[in-house]
Design a binder for this molecule. Structure first.
Ligand code: ISE
Length: 348
């Protein structure tokens, strides 16, 4: 039988997931949706056969006609919603971030460990992006020699008016935190932030662009340029500089290139993260559905609760580094508890 999924939160990302589950994901269907905008949830439920809307997120998470939960609610609600799913042993794919407060994320890690088998996946979708997978494989094969530095660029055309500096860290830089851990297979140990003169496009008070610097356990340096009001489009670019060469992903942003009059040449850029990572989101969801239907709780290639915890700790240090005038803030991880979150994910 098809996996019956509850989608909690049907904003931009949740609605995209509902559409993905309803049209492109095999062996799955959306049985319940929930949103604090109840009218929106009802409207959406009406477009999906066999789907109903409920007003309480916890009712959606624990409903009898649900086998697994996809959380796309605002990040501040994630931890308690994941815990509710864990409580009844239900697999959950949680959009990033797992939690804003590292203590909440650690509680999820510990509860999952107590449960005894893995149930929590965190939606760091770049891990399912073909270019990211290729870059990781190239690093693992030693093609670039020893990786020394990583340069990340994360650009959005625009962000909502309420976006603030902390959101630049918790919503945007969090993706690079996970990419870097995924690509290099080691932890980030400190974060610092430089704030150039803001762009005239930035909403009042937002330090956009921003440069975040990370240092990793073995001493590598990562630069992360966040520029969220470019007016241009969505760009995610990553260059790894190694002792024997360098590799860059994200250059070939849109496939279409155009020859223009006057000898000019042009191309296109994605409008936002949905078209850019459409394939990655599709693969992530299909692998999750397949794994859960096999009774495995999680797909082993996805980010774990521990990865979600590590990202929360790095983001908290980075948020503190917003106010230290460029001085690095150390990242301190708790000891990893033995159990599912530590052993279902292959170590590099
Ligand atoms: C958003 O929440 C995302 O996850 C996008 O991938 C990111 O590019 C954007 O900056 C965030 O606001």
């Amino acid at each position: 039988p098809d996996l019956r999924v509850a989608v909690v939160g049907v904003g931009v990302m949740g609605a995209d997931h509902v559409e993905r589950l309803a049209t492109r994901t095999k062996f799955a269907r959306v049985s319940v949706v929930n949103d604090f905008d109840t009218a929106k949830a009802s409207r959406l439920a009406g477009t999906v056969p066999g789907c109903r809307a409920v007003e309480d997120p916890f009712e959606a998470i624990t409903a009898d006609d649900v086998d697994a939960v996809l959380l796309a609610s605002p990040g501040r609600f994630h931890a308690e919603q994941v815990l509710a799913a864990l409580e009844i042993g239900r697999p959950v794919l949680c959009e990033k971030p797992l939690a804003l407060d590292p203590a909440d994320a650690l509680q999820v890690v510990r509860r999952e460990a107590e449960h005894g088998s893995p149930l929590v996946s965190v939606g760091f979708m770049r891990r399912f992006d073909r270019e990211h997978e290729e870059l990781r494989a190239s690093l693992a094969a030693g093609e670039l020699g020893t990786p020394l530095m990583v340069h990340c660029k994360h650009r959005n055309a625009s962000v909502p008016g309420h976006f603030d500096d902390r959101m630049m860290v918790y919503d945007s830089a969090v993706h690079e935190v996970d990419s870097v851990r995924y690509l290099l297979g080691e932890e980030i140990v400190s974060a610092s932030v430089l704030k150039p003169t803001p762009s005239e496009n930035a909403p009042a008070g937002l330090h956009d662009p921003m440069l975040v610097l990370f240092r990793t356990a073995s001493g590598r340096v990562v630069t992360d340029e966040l520029h969220l009001t470019t007016s241009a489009g969505y760009e995610v670019r990553t260059e790894v500089v190694g002792s024997r060469g360098s590799a860059t992903i994200g250059l070939e942003v849109g496939r279409l290139t155009t020859q223009l009059p006057g000898g000019r040449w042009g191309g296109s850029v994605h409008a936002d993260f949905r078209p850019r990572f459409r394939d990655a989101y599709d693969v992530q969801l299909q692998r999750w559905v397949d794994a859960v239907r096999r009774g495995e709780g999680v797909d082993p290639t996805s980010a774990t609760a521990w990865d979600g915890y590590a990202a929360a700790v790095v983001c908290e240090a980075t948020a503190r580094a917003l106010d230290t005038d460029g001085a690095p803030v150390p990242v301190e991880l708790a000891t990893r508890p033995p159990g599912p979150s530590s052993d279902h994910h292959e170590e590099q």
